[in-house]
Write a protein that binds this ligand. Sequence first.
Ligand SMILES: Cc1ncc(COP(=O)(O)O)c(C=O)c1O
Length: 398
Amino acid sequence: MDSKIQHQISQVLNSLSRSGSLRTIPAIDHGSRLYLEYMGRKLLNLASNNYLGISGSDRVKKSAIRAISHNGASSSSSRLISGNYKLHDQLEKLLSEFKNQEKALVVGSGFTANLCILGALAGRNTTIFSDRLNHASIIDAAILSGAKNIRYRHNDTDHLSFILEKYRDRPSKILVTDTVFSMDGDTAPLVKMVDLCKKYNVLMVVDEAHATGIFGRGRGLAHHLGLEKEIQVHMGTFSKALGSYGGYIASSKEIIDLIINRGRSFIYSTALPPAVVGASLAALEIILEKPEQGGLLLTKSRQIRGFLQELGFDTGQSSTQIIPVILGKNSLTLKARQRLIDSGIFTGAIRPPTVPENTARLRLSLRADMGEIEFESVRNAFAGLARELELPGGTGTK
Ligand SMILES: Cc1ncc(COP(=O)(O)O)c(C=O)c1O
């Protein structure tokens, strides 16, 4: 390798290591189960997005196995060539009904879904308005689309309103927001946003990755707020509460047809394999049969969040199953994560650039299959951590 490039690579890795930001793949096995294995230990898993525990359900596994034994392991081609299976059509039909939209499309992943949406709908003459804390896939999709990209302050509708006024004469405008923010666990003010989009004639796209399966009897936050017909494009993923894999887009027939024709990461990529689509179908059926699961998880999450706040932890603006414990420094966050591992709990240590500088945090993603034993473990572990950090609520806690 060219020695200059070799030098640059080493410099980047060394600098990441010095700042405590070097990412490595943790030695985990069974990372979607309630208890995962980490370096030979069994730990309570508060890091996975398998919020409803659906991934391991017998029904999902059987559906995936049936799909693979009837259809093979791969779809072997893009949907537009020969990669389409009846299973894809079945899933999209069920999904369009579930999301109360004219048509749905399943694509390779949630990341791909955002690339498809903005790639198809935006171009050089478009202005995209995007929340500063939107997911990386939205940020990348907006950049790749070639549109003018304006980022507004997180969930700040006054700032958004100011920006929309400033750009009111732009010919083609798109607003895009996560509905549940993945690293903060707060929700977007959709009601006000819909009003602003109507006022300024802006097309609205929502990313329901972390709200699908949880809010609105599983259908998402837009549905929960009765806004599903007011918002033009809905996307999400099967990889979180639905316990499977793959992204989805639900919208009008015309918009989906445009994405089929202009979404490059849909057109030029092999269709999702049958086993994955089979698993997603079963997962969606489970949500339809037990739509209350997400709401119950939100209630459990409220209890844990209240307890953490009493101990003196900063949980930001979280109001969902995702609870950040914001500690600030990378080194402190890594230390706290290790302390929790010693107490039998695995959490994600989230550091910049995933979150803004000096807001490094533990990210807790709670799960519906946690019972009283798990609650007790969380309480004990965090009480111990609070004592160690000398937080106001840590003193005197058992
Ligand atoms: C808000 C949001 N959008 C999109 C994605 C991407 O979804 P997937 O993991 O299916 O690619 C994620 C997942 O990390 C996410 O949190």
